[in-house]
Design a protein around this ligand. Sequence first.
Ligand SMILES: Nc1ncnc2c1ncn2[C@@H]1O[C@H](COP(=O)(O)OP(=O)(O)OP(=O)(O)O)[C@@H](O)[C@H]1O
Ligand SMILES: [Mg+2]
Length: 428
Amino acid sequence: MQNQLQEKTKKILIIGKGGREHALAWKFASDDPSVEIFVAEGNAGCELIPNVSNIGLTEIEDLVGFAMQNRIDLTVVGSEELLVKGIVDKFEANNLKIFGPDKQAAMLEGSKAYAKDFMTKYGVKTAKYQNFTDYAEALNYLKQITFPVVIKASGLAAGKGVIIAKDNDEAETALADMLLGMVFGESGSEVVIEEFLEGVEASILSFTDSKVILPLISAKDHKKIGNGETGLNTGGMGVIAPNPYVTDEVYQAFIKDILEPTLNGIKMEKMDFAGVIFFGVMITKNGVYLLEYNMRMGDPETQAVLPLMKNKLFPAINSAIDRNLESVNLEWENGATCCVVIASGGYPEKHHNGYAITGLEKFDLADSYLFAAGVGKKHNDFVTAGGRVLNVVAKGVSLDDARNKAYKAVNSVNFKDMYYRTDIGKIV
Ligand SMILES: Nc1ncnc2c1ncn2[C@@H]1O[C@H](COP(=O)(O)OP(=O)(O)OP(=O)(O)O)[C@@H](O)[C@H]1O
Ligand SMILES: [Mg+2]
């Protein structure tokens, strides 16, 4: 009897294996220490949280089976591939609660051509563009435009499918690579050619139940490998929250020119899902433009945003799944976070795996968090197992305070050839 009165232990399944998934697990467990969390496939560092077990499943059918057998209360999907393949539709067909877009809504990320047409149809402010599948037609279009121009593989390309071409030659090469050489496979069989926008970028993640869109606190990521935004593109070398460039004026423009028309489009298209919309925007002198939708939490944005969230995550997500997000009021701590990504020397090109990592178990600093990404285990020791290895996040009363704490915390972990930028959150 007493057992029945007690609240049942919640079981959560998180799908993915990076720092984002570790941060989600951390948030669920710190909100409610009784939860049981499974991460598929997770990384060895996720299991530093006592509530977490990693499971080695990656196929949709296996994940559905696992969620049914283990009576999972909520599944949250980290990465985009399975969303685009329709994991949400499969879970829902089995009466399983899952937070993410169905296959149709996931197209807003899975097809840039579709997303741009959607933006235009509903008046979302975005760069001028045209979509092409035919190489000759694409070349012809180049004659009508000015350079630089942005050429994007329409499908998923793990952040590598965007080329900024400074002249006609570079544009032709990019188009030939994508449309003829199929360097991105099917993902590049359609391309978007779009106007180059100059400005400062912001990541604005939000929750939606298709009836309302609730923005989370804004973030600013740092994509280049080198200090001062130099060198090759990466999956993200660091992030801060909130984004100092998102002033009240910028935010109001975002709501009016991007969020509201997007919500209208979702309603008009009769989309019906509960999940994340991540707006990648460019703040320019002519206003705020939408560069892209991602239909899942960002990595590393999640790692910087969640430590500032006052609400508990499980009830907020459940309200979205019940299509009652309107009842949720998201609240944020004052101050800021700074997340420094620690990579393996050589990343994003060649890097070595298998170096011993020290400092993970005893990482225990006030207002600092350690999220593991490319971390494995060898004979009970943590070892590097990917390009981006660790995320060190710190919370401060100001951005400067958060930066100082984050860089101090970086010193408490170590592995051979570790590399990180020293200017994350430095506003120039
Ligand atoms: N129209 C544009 N003008 C200037 N820069 C752009 C434009 N579109 C994209 N970019 C740059 O290219 C980056 C990647 O573009 P986009 O976000 O569309 O692609 P993505 O591969 O889906 O990125 P992500 O991996 O962040 O999801 C942007 O963050 C921005 O820096
Ligand atoms: Mg994207």
